[in-house]
Design a protein around this ligand. Sequence first.
Ligand code: ADP
Ligand code: MG
Length: 391
Amino acid sequence: KEMNALNPSAAGTWLGVMGGGQLGRMFAHAAQQMGFKVAVLEPSIDCPASHAADYLHCADYTDADALKKMAEQCAAVTTEFENVSARSLALLAENTFVAPSADCVSIAQDRMEEKRFFIDCAAKSGVFPAPHKEIKSDADIDSVPDDLLPGILKTVRMGYDGKGQVRVKTRDELRQAYADMEGAHCVLEKMLPLAYEISVLSARGADGQSVVYPIAENVHRDGILFTTTVPGPHITPESAAKAQAAALAIIEQMGYVGVLCIEFFVLTDGSLVANEMAPRPHNSGHYTIDACVTSQFAQQARAMARLPLGDVRQHSPAAMLNILGDIWFEGDSEKAHEPAWDKVLALPGANLHLYGKNSARRARKMGHVTFIAPTIEEAQENLRKACAILG
Ligand code: ADP
Ligand code: MG
């Protein structure tokens, strides 16, 4: 298909997205606002994006027939989850424009490739990944240097929200943890002294132009993002500038098109470490919907449509609270009750986003609420009040 910018007002200019989760839903909202029609490919009918999309290809992510139909329908296709098979993206690319590309997505799907890529970029980005060793066999455990322990054993593929990782103190614990992984390809990372965690959202257009959003400071609980605060309470202007420059160097070297989120650790000595990247809009970038001129989802639509990228300027301090299914349940009770949204919405600057999931489950991402305020302290104060209300 032609590589000119797409025209959102032309009847039937469709953008496609692989995956029907909340990211697909919020992408649909943003792309539709600009006039595009949105198609989603997702096997489950009752997914968050199916109620927002103009069309649902209800099929497995690898269904060749459905991929062909979506590629013929859509002038460009993107992905909302990173574990989509790179082969599916390559198949789509035979008939339409795919952004990010299968090659870029496959780097982000594999922690070893991701680390190798960060190392390849280090001359330009100035940032390295955590010290690590690939673990593919018991013999690899014997040759782990002592100074990688204590560490975190992570599966190379499919890990997210803290899943597929085990913290180990000793070589014996490492041996046991690796045995429990039942042969999965792993990587051991040295446990680093984190001062705080940040993520850097950037976007690059097909014309090579790139933009970087303000630094988001993230707090995780039980491996899942808990809050994002922008501007962050700990980040210094020097670290922020360094992380933004590193993100731009990385997205450039990848030849990436679309929105990319890179997580960095800031260590207690102030140094930056590249942790991982997500080849898509990211949970820590949800604040951009309410607090930036161009949201990460609108940016994704612009990038894939080869339109000019939007202004990344933040117009309000923002504090985002993730809403997990746990708050529907009291203690160990199995009986769900609806949270007090009226009280949350009574707080100043509250922007509630619920994803329309059919049922609440513990640790399931059900929505988020972003507080915007004239100062970051007020936004944080209202977030704390929301936490107290929601329990
Ligand atoms: P996921 O894909 O589940 O997000 P991450 O690699 O980001 O996996 O790890 C989840 C969290 O675990 C991080 O946000 C950080 O808090 C902690 N963590 C991960 N790797 C390290 C490390 N090498 N040292 C210290 N903490 C780490
Ligand atoms: Mg992470």
